[in-house]
Design a protein around this ligand. Structure first.
Ligand code: DQQ
Length: 579
């Protein structure tokens, strides 16, 4: 028998022998890459499960939310080509419940001389017979010079009002409808609001701007929505605030929590003016219709020097009136906390905050309350409830029976005798610093106490949401903090600790918090929605089923947790075309 048949040396036999060998090598390489080099798809665990985000690439501001023919429409600043800002179009999605979304074709792309470099932020207004019109900012060049970019306002209408999905939008032939007026730098002239109708039947809208360092909301009026004239005085301006991006102006009821149509005014109505610069600042005031100006309730809480919608990562927000449920709903852009390179490698960047209902806080009459929209309940799954749990000095206790990175947690803590509170001067200027310097792991007196979310069993990774009661120069205060310093074993992340505070009245006996956790976003609604803090965190190990919820108290005074409901949440389907 020929042990080594000559055929073995032929090319054909070599190939036959080489094939299994090659397969073995391929298989080993594949096995190595699958099981040794790819830990747990780190970028996918950062994608959110019940927050709005595009299928891929970069997103920023929410634009033109509205309800039309039974569908909620949501538009957003979107770069179709990359996970970084640029080539800005209007992405478009629709939903029946503001949670489960279907992405549609892009609504606006930069294809006209006046929006050549981008279709920037704007709004939607339901005009005659409830027909929508989009107002947006076109970013283009002037005098064919790429160096001199200008901003101007433009309109777009649905191609077919009969289509409830409003898939196709047409830009108005008369665009641009407004160019920068004399005295205003055309680089600082953008983001038209939803328009409202005055008693004289004319439409009004605002455009964000500035003159030197005075931020302002320029007011425009129109009899027909096509021809707009600037009012001599802006609706409002504040010295030293700089460019006002994405203004939002809307009425709130002084007697109940219902929302109002954007054109509502008169008795029983106050107005909110919100503008974006660095953060989203708002002020509650009176809209003086006789001369179209706005007067804040408290001048020391004027726009930009007073209240914020959110004390974490939250920007360029936009509200709309939901006539379906008579409420005002707010969307806000939540950026990433990693760098550009990480975003490029993930292939996406940014999420929208969970939609919030907003209304006037009747206790103050000059601030708002925010609360996650009730539709979230449709995602509730198993829950754990606890009553009356004592959190002793230094205790850190896992909440049994609940786990995962998608949670809705609500709790109330009884306040102990507050005379014991440590002395700490807390003000609007230093609240965040106090939260950060003092941190969750410091030993205090009344607090820090609260929750560790997205925590590993060994607590090495966690995001701490906590309270500290203090005796400040001007009264008792409670600090509300979101401490990200140990949120991830990964480095090169923005782990800023956020915080704010509220005054405590002598009669206040408890503090409450609701926390929404969704893989890489943690939203805190403290004190019934008086203080909101949004954080982005990227744990390496506290992901999926491995994520735990803890209660802790690092103060010397024991704290009684009065009630806790912690729920696991299902994800919400977001599908559709990638545009
Ligand atoms: N983003 C848009 C502008 C707006 C800014 C551009 C705010 O219209 O002023 O993407 O984030």
């Amino acid at each position: 028998m020929q042990l080594f048949p000559s055929a073995l040396c032929s090319d054909q036999s070599r190939a036959n022998m080489a094939l299994p060998f090659l397969c073995l090598i391929c298989f080993s390489v594949l096995y190595y890459f699958l099981f040794f080099t790819v830990p747990s798809k780190p970028h996918n665990v950062q994608r959110v499960a019940f927050h709005f985000q595009p299928i891929k690439n970069w997103m920023n501001d929410p634009n033109g939310p509205m309800l039309y023919k039974g569908y909620y429409h949501f538009f957003y600043q979107w770069n179709p080509y990359a996970a970084v800002w640029g080539n800005i179009t209007w992405g478009h999605a629709v939903s029946k419940d503001l949670i489960r979304w279907h992405h549609l074709e892009v609504a606006l792309i930069p294809n006209q001389w006046y929006d050549l470099y981008g279709c920037w932020s704007g709004s939607a207004t339901l005009v005659e017979e409830g027909k929508p019109i989009i107002t947006y900012t076109g970013w283009s060049n002037a005098s064919h010079s790429e160096d001199h970019k200008v901003q101007m306002q433009a309109l777009a209408m649905p191609a077919d009002y009969g289509d409830p999905l409003l898939r196709k939008w047409v830009k108005a032939p008369g665009n641009p409808i407004i160019t920068a007026p004399q005295g205003i730098d055309s680089n600082f002239f953008r983001d038209p609001t939803t328009a409202w109708k005055g008693a004289d039947g004319k439409w009004r809208m605002l455009v964000g701007s500035k003159e030197n360092m005075t931020g302002m909301a320029l007011l425009y009026r129109s009899p027909d929505f096509l021809n707009w004239r600037k009012a001599i005085t802006p609706l409002h301006s504040v010295n030293g605030t700089g460019m006002w991006e994405c203004p939002d102006f809307y009425p709130v009821s002084i007697s109940d929590t219902y929302g109002l149509n954007t054109s509502a005014y008169g008795q029983g109505v106050m107005h909110v003016l919100k503008v974006s610069f660095v953060h989203d600042y708002y002020t509650v005031g009176t809209y003086i219709t006789s001369n179209d100006t706005f007067l804040p309730v408290q001048s020391n809480l004027d726009v930009g020097i007073g209240l914020r919608y959110d004390y974490g990562k939250y920007y360029a927000s936009k509200s709309f009136f939901d006539a379906n449920k008579n409420r005002r709903i707010l969307f806000g852009w939540v950026n990433e906390s990693d760098g550009e390179a990480a975003d490029i490698s993930k292939g996406w960047a940014s999420v929208q905050a969970f939609p919030r209902k907003v209304w006037l806080d009747k206790e103050t009459n000059c601030s708002l309350l925010h609360w996650p929209i009730e539709e979230l309940e449709s995602l509730h799954r198993s829950k754990v409830t606890l009553d009356s749990v004592s959190l002793w000095k230094g205790s850190v206790t896992v909440v049994e029976g609940i786990k995962g990175a998608q949670l809705d947690v609500e709790a109330t803590f009884d306040l102990p005798e507050i005379n014991d509170a440590e002395i700490m001067d807390v003000s609007a200027e230093n609240a965040q610093l106090m939260c950060s310097e003092k941190g969750a792991s410091r030993n205090g007196v009344i607090g820090p106490f609260g929750f560790l979310v997205l925590a590993t069993d060994d607590e090495m990774e966690h995001t701490a949401i906590f309270f500290v009661v203090v005796n400040s120069k001007d009264g008792w205060k409670v600090l509300v903090c979101s401490d990200q310093s140990r949120s991830s074993l990964a480095t090169n992340l923005d782990k800023t600790t956020y915080g704010s505070f509220s005054n405590l009245s002598g009669s206040q006996t408890s503090v409450s918090v609701r926390i929404l956790v969704d893989n890489s976003i943690v939203e805190t609604f403290a004190l019934g929605g008086k203080i909101c803090i949004t954080s982005r965190v990227y744990p390496k190990n506290a992901v999926g089923e491995a994520a735990r919820l803890f209660l802790f108290n690092n103060g010397t005074v024991p704290i009684r947790m009065n009630s806790l409901i912690a729920r696991e949440l299902a994800g919400a389907k977001i599908d559709g075309i990638e545009s």
